[in-house]
Design a protein around this ligand. Structure first.
Ligand SMILES: [Ca+2]
Ligand SMILES: [Ca+2]
Ligand SMILES: [Ca+2]
Ligand SMILES: [Ca+2]
Length: 553
């Protein structure tokens, strides 16, 4: 793989970056990949039915892995699929009784196809695992081991751009007679100027309106859904995270859903629609089961490039979160499932966003795991890794995708070393590593394990209703909500302030049935004053979060 480290690309967000416009030389026309038999697609004769999201997607605890940075199995310093397989017990050992693992039940892998750049968003061969990461057999093994532990696997599905080294583009470049000429959008008669992601010449945009391009994109999806090629599409990849969904037409995504759900109704289609709630809502109509909650992210962190702003930094009141949740009700189809996150591979890491304040990071996590939606953890978030976008001298997003810190010394079996500039964000012996935190019950890692376990043990947090509780007396830094279903009543109370404060919650104005109730904090195990269902007064320590289980007595 030609690795040009200076090339960079932030999937989903247009960023002006440098790119060497190496004019590709025409190459011999490659043969299309061999087609796999599949049912012929027909337009739906009736309107697309309401969204039916797979049940597992509603209880998903998603962990985002950058394979290059996660774990290395062969000592070349580059993370790979076998390395990830070796580390699955860290993520979920498959035994609900043990509590030494994180407990996530789904993985999203950043692109693993053969690509031109380190990040993988510029595909060269859609039908080949990135040789840096391993082989198709390694992927089959990874998926089998994940399934054995109750972990689903989502692949990054990148169809809004390809590498300028992709054979079809190389054939079409400067060659109007190419059979792939109309696979791209040209701005000149010689076919040398073309449409590209964020106008970066190294990542041309295929013309998604061309039926042949659509057919190719569907062929790619089918190929990975049936990893082992036995014709059964239900035992391979469990979901697709659809990159830069805005690049494709609604008609394409509807077609994708219609075709792939016919092969595997339990497939999860998760769309990256980096846009407003109103716009995101238009992608639920017969298209995605789930989308990323960018509106909520902007309320929490304010800006993927900023630090020190938003609700998480006590700049905006936490009630803004409620506003973001209300937009879902207004714009999204019934059954839509938001994926909620504090950071991802395209944003500054949450620990940097809160400027290293671990108290804020802990409170942010407590919020994340008690809100409606599927929580996403970005690898290393659980140990408090930092990451701020670089200025291109010479790196950009690499700083937000640094090697997973397994060891205090930053070296040992499995540690990746592909990115080690002197000005990186994470360091040896800084308290931020799995080794330094794994046996410490007071660590951030232990906090994440408790929150994920809480979410697993209390399905009400995933499936129950959400209702804001009015704070009738107290500062606007206090945010409270009820999560309820037939199984449980949970009352969440969060103090987004560095001061201790007293607050009175107006439970009488909510749908909470009449008490009296006992109240137990599920995070600390502490018993709190009982309540009747009317005004409920609490003393709240600084930056504290309570998840109260209410039980009748
Ligand atoms: Ca390796
Ligand atoms: Ca376990
Ligand atoms: Ca299969
Ligand atoms: Ca460290």
């Amino acid at each position: 793989m030609p690795r040009t480290a200076a090339r960079t690309l932030s999937a989903g967000l247009a960023l002006a970056v440098l790119a060497a416009a190496c004019a590709p030389a025409p190459a011999p026309t490659p043969a299309p990949p061999t087609a796999t038999p599949y049912p012929v697609w027909q337009p739906a004769p009736t309107p697309v039915p309401d969204l039916i999201t797979p049940q597992w997607g509603r209880e998903m605890l998603l962990y985002l892995v950058f394979v290059r940075s996660f774990a290395d199995s062969d000592g070349d310093g580059i993370g790979d699929l076998r390395g990830l397989t070796d580390r699955l017990d860290y993520l979920n050992d498959g035994d609900p009784q043990t509590t030494t693992d994180l407990g996530v039940n789904a993985l999203w892998l950043m692109p693993i196809f053969a690509a031109a750049s380190y990040h993988g968003y510029d595909t060269v061969d859609h039908f080949r695992v990135n040789p840096d990461y391993g082989t198709r057999e390694d992927l089959i093994t990874l998926v089998q081991e994940c399934h054995r532990r109750g972990i689903r696997v989502l692949l990054d599905y990148v169809m809004g751009a390809v590498s300028d080294q992709h054979p079809y583009f190389r054939d079409a470049y400067g060659n109007p007679a190419s059979p792939y000429a109309d696979w791209f959008t040209w701005y000149d008669e010689a076919h040398t100027r073309y449409k590209a992601f964020a106008n970066i010449p190294s990542v041309p945009t295929p013309n998604g309106d061309n039926p042949a391009v659509q057919e190719y994109a569907l062929q790619v999806a089918r190929y990975w859904l049936d990893l082992d090629g036995d014709g059964d599409y239900t035992n391979g990849i469990d979901g697709l995270r659809c990159d830069w969904a805005l690049a494709q037409s609604h008609a394409f995504w509807q077609r994708l859903r219609s075709e792939l759900k016919a092969l595997n109704p339990d497939l999860l289609l998760l769309g990256e629609v980096w846009s407003t709630a109103q716009d995101i809502g238009t992608y639920y109509r017969g298209q995605f089961d789930s989308t990323f909650d960018f509106p909520l992210y902007y309320v929490l962190a304010a800006d993927p490039l900023a630090t020190g702003r938003g609700v998480l930094n006590l700049v905006d009141p936490p009630g803004f979160v409620h506003g973001a949740l209300l937009q879902r009700e207004r714009y999204y189809s019934a059954g839509a499932q938001s994926v909620i996150f504090l950071n991802n591979h395209d944003t500054n890491r949450v620990m940097s966003s809160v400027q290293g304040d671990e108290g804020l990071a802990r409170l942010a996590a407590t919020l994340l795991f008690t809100l409606p939606g599927s929580p996403l953890v970005y690898y290393g978030e659980e140990i408090g890794m930092s990451g701020v976008k670089g200025n291109g001298q010479p790196y950009w997003d690499e700083y937000r995708r640094e090697p997973m810190d397994w060891y205090a010394a930053e070296s040992g079996p499995g540690m990746t070393t592909w990115f080690r500039p002197a000005d990186r964000n994470n360091a040896a012996n800084d308290g931020v590593s799995v080794e330094e935190q794994t046996n410490d019950p007071a660590s951030l890692l232990a906090h994440y394990r408790r929150l994920i376990r809480l979410r697993q043990n209390w399905p009400t947090l995933s499936l129950g209703s959400y209702e804001r509780v009015t704070v009738s007396e107290g500062p606007r830094s206090v945010y409270s909500y009820l999560r309820q279903d037939a199984a449980a009543q949970l009352l969440v109370v969060l103090n987004f302030s560095r001061e201790s404060t007293a607050a009175t919650l107006d439970l009488g104005a909510t749908s909470l049935p009449p008490g009296p109730w006992t109240a137990t904090d599920l995070l600390s195990g502490a018993a709190l004053p009982s309540l009747a269902g009317g005004a409920y007064r609490l003393e709240l320590p600084p930056l504290s979060g309570l998840v109260l289980h209410l039980e009748r007595f």
